[in-house]
Design a protein around this ligand. Structure first.
Ligand code: HEC
Ligand code: HEC
Length: 452
């Protein structure tokens, strides 16, 4: 599917734009209320409404076999999973990852379809008179010993996070007490955002998206999700060269690359499904652009406003909970951060600069011990690195149902207790401190989290 929405006009939004209502809410802040104008799912101020509506429509558009959908997939549209509270939100879907430990390091079992298992396949399909079948990923995969669920996360406000320079994350790490200090996770850039000149193929950027902070930008996440969730392959033009990082279909159980399935192509639309580079003469003229659907997904997510917060009355249970959250006993805010000097958007990526926001995360990875999902990013990763999880952003928590990386609970108190990852876990002290509170203090803290 293609829609002709261009991102070029975004430069116009680069002018500094401060949103007065989003005031600082640090522990030393005398103010007791916050005011946020946007509703869940609204666009950032200054966003072109027509362009946002078109991009949103693309995000919820259902893809099917003639579009190149499959051969294996998890869902038919981004919006089928991201929908809690509003389009772009968290979801109830819990995906499956698996792997094992071989000779002391992580093994994704890539040859049997790991580490992400696609739940479904297009099965039988017909191309040029050939009766074809895509096959289905094994379940469980032979040899898997590690199994982890991955809950769908929300995308509200993430354009602001995407715009932060890498230095913002090192600043946050430097402020954290050594016992709970997180690490910025540098990851390779496979698909640069054409509207951020600091990104280029082969470079690195602090990973900030996904439960493991393993994805460096919303542009890259969009192409990755299109391929891995829906089976739609894309090409792009990065600084005048074709970008084929997301152009290879996933085949059931990783049938060999470039081999045909039963003499058939991978899916009903042979070749690269959305071959933007090919359609534009292999990026002649120095073209620097994303494929249209991916550009729309990016535009939609990047322009979603942060979730609104509930105003807090001085002396209320929520107010007491906020004091606990920021206290040195619990140290919740040591990882779930809202530093008002760091969380200020820049114009990188084409969103408005100068917006202050409070994500209640450092976007750093922490050793969560046995509380982690135990899944590595690459074959050969150390066991220690399989324990690294991104501090889950708590903004919008009240609009969500399931909690924790595997969606194990609907109960906020359980999610806090489950920070206990044993002696290695950086969240263990917080869980213990929570358990040591009186039950009314525990309720105060939960009531505060329900204002975010
Ligand atoms: C089958 C359900 C499903 C579909 C379809 C899906 N997603 Fe997701 N999405 C997830 C899950 C699960 C995660 C968490 C993944 C992880 O971190 O391992 C996620 C995470 C994300 C994130 C990271 C948010 C964060 O917290 O950092 C972005 C961005 C995203 N998805 C964009 C998209 C886009 C764009 C599409 C469509 C091309 C899409 N998703 C389709 C399930 C889905
Ligand atoms: C060492 C850093 C750290 C500290 C301290 C910490 N957290 Fe977390 N928090 C995390 C990480 C990492 C996750 C994601 C865990 C997972 O799902 O694997 C998380 C997840 C959560 C969740 C679930 C969010 C979701 O999206 O499902 C809640 C709620 C939460 N934390 C609240 C708290 C509270 C309240 C405190 C203080 C008592 C606290 N945290 C202290 C790092 C921390």
């Amino acid at each position: 599917m293609t829609r002709q929405v261009r991102l070029a006009s975004l430069a116009a939004f680069g002018a500094a734009l401060a949103i007065g209502g989003l005031s600082c809410m640090g522990s030393d802040e005398p103010e007791t209320t916050t005011e946020v104008g946007a509703l869940l799912g609204d666009a950032l101020p200054g966003t072109n409404g027509t362009q946002f509506a078109a991009a949103r429509a693309n995000f919820i558009a259902t893809e099917s076999n003639p579009d190149g959908f499959g051969p294996i997939f998890n869902e038919h549209a981004c919006g089928n999973c991201h929908q809690n509270g509003s389009v772009g939100g968290a979801g109830q879907q819990i995906e499956q990852r698996y792997g094992t430990i071989t000779n002391g390091t992580f093994n994704s079992l890539a040859s049997t379809g790991g580490s992400l298992r696609q739940l479904f396949s297009i099965g039988g399909f017909n191309v040029g008179g050939l009766n074809c079948n895509s096959g289905t990923d094994n379940n469980p995969a032979a040899g898997a010993t590690l199994f982890a669920g991955r809950l769908t996360t929300p995308t509200f406000g993430l354009g602001l996070v995407d715009s932060l320079p890498d230095s913002a994350f090192s600043t946050l790490a430097g402020r954290e007490p050594t016992g709970i200090r997180g690490t910025p996770r540098l990851v390779p850039i496979a698909l640069p955002n054409p509207f951020d000149s600091s990104q280029h193929v082969g470079g690195q950027r602090v990973g900030r998206f996904g439960w493991k902070a393993n994805v460096p930008s919303l542009a890259q996440f969009a192409a990755d999700a299109y391929l891995n969730e829906m089976g739609i392959t894309t090409t792009h033009c990065s600084a005048g060269s074709p970008n084929t990082a997301f152009a290879t279909e996933n085949r059931a159980n990783h049938a060999p690359t470039n081999a045909l399935i039963n003499g058939c192509p991978d899916d009903q639309k042979p070749g690269v499904d959305d071959d933007f580079a090919g359609e534009h003469n292999n990026c002649s003229g120095g073209l620097n652009q994303l494929q249209d659907d991916v550009a729309n997904f990016l535009f939609f997510m990047a322009h979603l406003a942060p979730p609104p917060q509930v105003a807090i009355t001085a002396g209320s249970s929520q107010d007491r909970g906020r004091t606990l959250f920021n206290s040195s006993t619990l140290m919740c805010s040591g990882c779930h951060r809202s530093d008002s000097d760091v969380f200020v958007s820049t114009s990188a990526g084409g969103i408005p600069a100068g917006i202050h926001f409070q994500p209640f995360s450092d976007f750093l990875v922490h050793d969560m011990g046995t509380a982690a999902d135990q899944i590595g990013l690459n074959d050969g990763d150390s066991v220690a690195s399989t324990r690294l999880m991104r501090t889950a952003p708590l903004w919008g928590l009240r609009s969500r149902n399931l909690k924790f990386h595997d969606g194990r609970t609907t109960d906020i108190a359980t999610a806090i207790r489950d920070h206990n990852g044993g002696s290695l876990g950086q969240g263990t002290a917080a869980a213990n401190a929570f358990n040591a509170l009186s039950s009314s203090q525990q309720s105060d803290l939960v009531n505060y989290l329900n204002t975010l």
